[in-house]
Design a protein around this ligand. Structure first.
Ligand SMILES: *Cc1c(COP(=O)(O)O)cnc(C)c1O
Length: 233
C-alpha cells in the first residue's frame, strides 16, 4: 500500500541527498532534475507526488503511459523505457522527452511521426555503457557517428544522453561508468549543429543517484526510493 507519509519522508531525504551531491559536484540542487519513475504506480499516487512538488515523471511502458496520460496533473512527461518503432506514433504527441533512443532506425521513425504532427521531438541517446548483452542502447563506440546521423533528420532535437549501468553491489560501484558517460556527454557537445544541445545527462536510479550526480548526471530517475518497492499486479 502506498503511504503518503512514507512518500513525504522519502521525498525529503532524496531532496537533501540531491542537494548534498550537487554541492559535491559544484552545482546547485536546482541544476538537477528529479524525475519520478512511475511504472506500476497508480494515478492517485502519481498525482499525490505531483501535488507534493514532483515536476517530472517518466513511464517506461507504452501501454501503461497511454492508459494514464490523460489523468496526470500537469507535469513534464518523459518516456524512459525501451521503445519499439511501431509504438512511436502512440506516444509522440504527449511526451516531452524520449530518453531511450537506441538506434538510427528508431530516430528515423520518431522524425517521421513528429513531422506528421508538426512538432520537434526531443530525444536522448541511450548508451549501453556497461556493454551488457541483455540491455539496449548504443555501444560507446557508436555514439558519435549515430549522433551526427540523427542530427541530419528533421523534426528531432538531441538533448543529451541516457544510461542504465549494470547493477552494482556498492553505492559507488558505477562511478567508472558514470565518468565514461560524462566524458561522452562533454566530447559530443558540438557548437555547430543547432539540433544537438547536450543539456541533459540522464543517469542514476534509486541505488546510485548520489554517485551519478557526483559524476556529472543532471537528471536522475528514481522509483523505489521515492514510492517504495514496486508491486506488480
Ligand atoms: C524503473 C526505472 C527507473 C527507476 O528505478 P528504481 O531503481 O526503482 O529507482 C529508472 N530508469 C528506468 C529506465 C526505469 O525503468
Amino acid at each position: 500500500m502506498f503511504s503518503t507519509s512514507e512518500f513525504d519522508k522519502n521525498y525529503e531525504i532524496i531532496k537533501e541527498n540531491i542537494a548534498k551531491s550537487a554541492e559535491k559536484a559544484k552545482k546547485s540542487e536546482k541544476d538537477i532534475i528529479l524525475l519520478a519513475a512511475t511504472k506500476t504506480q497508480d494515478i492517485e499516487t502519481i498525482n499525490y507526488a505531483i501535488k507534493s512538488g514532483i515536476e517530472y515523471i517518466g513511464e517506461n511502458r507504452v501501454q501503461e503511459f497511454t492508459a494514464k496520460r490523460d489523468f496526470y496533473l500537469p507535469c513534464h512527461k518523459h518516456f524512459i523505457g525501451h521503445l519499439q518503432t511501431n509504438k512511436v506514433k502512440d506516444i509522440i504527441k504527449d511526451v516531452e522527452l524520449i530518453h531511450s533512443v537506441d538506434s538510427y532506425h528508431l530516430a528515423c521513425e520518431i522524425s517521421k511521426q513528429a513531422k506528421k504532427i508538426d512538432v520537434v521531438a526531443n530525444i536522448l541517446l541511450e548508451v549501453n555503457i556497461g556493454g551488457e548483452e541483455s540491455k539496449s542502447g548504443l555501444k560507446k563506440s557508436e555514439v558519435n557517428e549515430t549522433l551526427y546521423k540523427i542530427a541530419e533528420l528533421p523534426f528531432i532535437s538531441i538533448k543529451g544522453l541516457m544510461a542504465i549501468p549494470p547493477v552494482s553491489e556498492t553505492k559507488d560501484g558505477n562511478a567508472p561508468y558514470f565518468d565514461q558517460m560524462y566524458k561522452l556527454f562533454i566530447d559530443n557537445r558540438c557548437e555547430n549543429k543547432d539540433n544537438i544541445s547536450m543539456d541533459i545527462l540522464s543517469m542514476g536510479m534509486s541505488d546510485d543517484y548520489e554517485c551519478a550526480i557526483e559524476h556529472g548526471a543532471n537528471l536522475v530517475r528514481i522509483g523505489t526510493s521515492l514510492f517504495g518497492k514496486r508491486i506488480y499486479k
